[in-house]
Ligand binder design. Sequence first.
Ligand SMILES: O=C(CO)[C@@H](O)[C@H](O)[C@H](O)[C@H](O)COP(=O)(O)O
Ligand SMILES: [Zn+2]
Length: 197
Amino acid sequence: MDLQARIRQLFNDSIETKARAVDVLTPQIELASQLMVNALLGEGKILACGNGGSAGDSQHFSSELLNRFERERPSLPAIALTTDSSTITSIANDYSYNEVFSKQIRALGQPGDILLAISTSGNSGNVVQAIQAAHDRDMHVVALTGRDGGEMAALLLPDDVEIRVPSRVTARIQEVHLLAIHCLCDLIDRQLFGSEE
Ligand SMILES: O=C(CO)[C@@H](O)[C@H](O)[C@H](O)[C@H](O)COP(=O)(O)O
Ligand SMILES: [Zn+2]
C-alpha cells in the first residue's frame, strides 16, 4: 500500500470539496453570521450541538466565542451542549439519547437565541430534536449539514440558515464545517468590532 499516495489523495479530496463548496456556501455563511450578530447585539446567545466530530466542532466554536478567536475583544456568549456528562448521561438514561440536547435547550434557550446544529448526515435524532426545541423556544437555527441535508433540512423555517456541504463523505464534510465555523467567527468579530486594518 502506498501510504503517501493515500495522504495525497485525502488532501486533494479535501481541497476539491472546499473548492466545490465556496460558491454554494458563501451567501449562506454571510447570512448565518448576520443572524448570529443580530442575536448577540440583542443580548442573545448561541447554543451549539452535534455528535462525535460535530460535538468537537460545537466546543471549538463556543470556545472561540467565549474566549477569543484571532483578536482581543470582549467574551461573547455561547454554550456547547455537548460537555456536561452528568446532564447528558442522565437524560440518555432516564429518557432517551435523542433528548440530550433538546432538554437542555428547553431549559436554557430564550427567544432570539441561536442554535448552531451540526450534523454531516442531517439525520442525527438528537440534533433533529434540538431544532424542534429551538423553534419551540422562538430561536433561529443555523444548520451545518452535508449530503442531502436529511431530516434537519426539512425542519428548517424560512428565517433559519442551512450551510450544506456538497459532499457525501463525513470526514470531508466535517473539514468544510470547521472552515465555515472559522468564517463565522471572523465575520462575527468584523461586524461587531470592525476590521483590524
Ligand atoms: O468524526 C467522526 C467521523 O469523521 C465521527 O465521530 C462522527 O462525527 C460520528 O460518527 C457522528 O455520530 C456522525 O453523526 P452525524 O454527522 O451524521 O450527525
Ligand atoms: Zn472526524
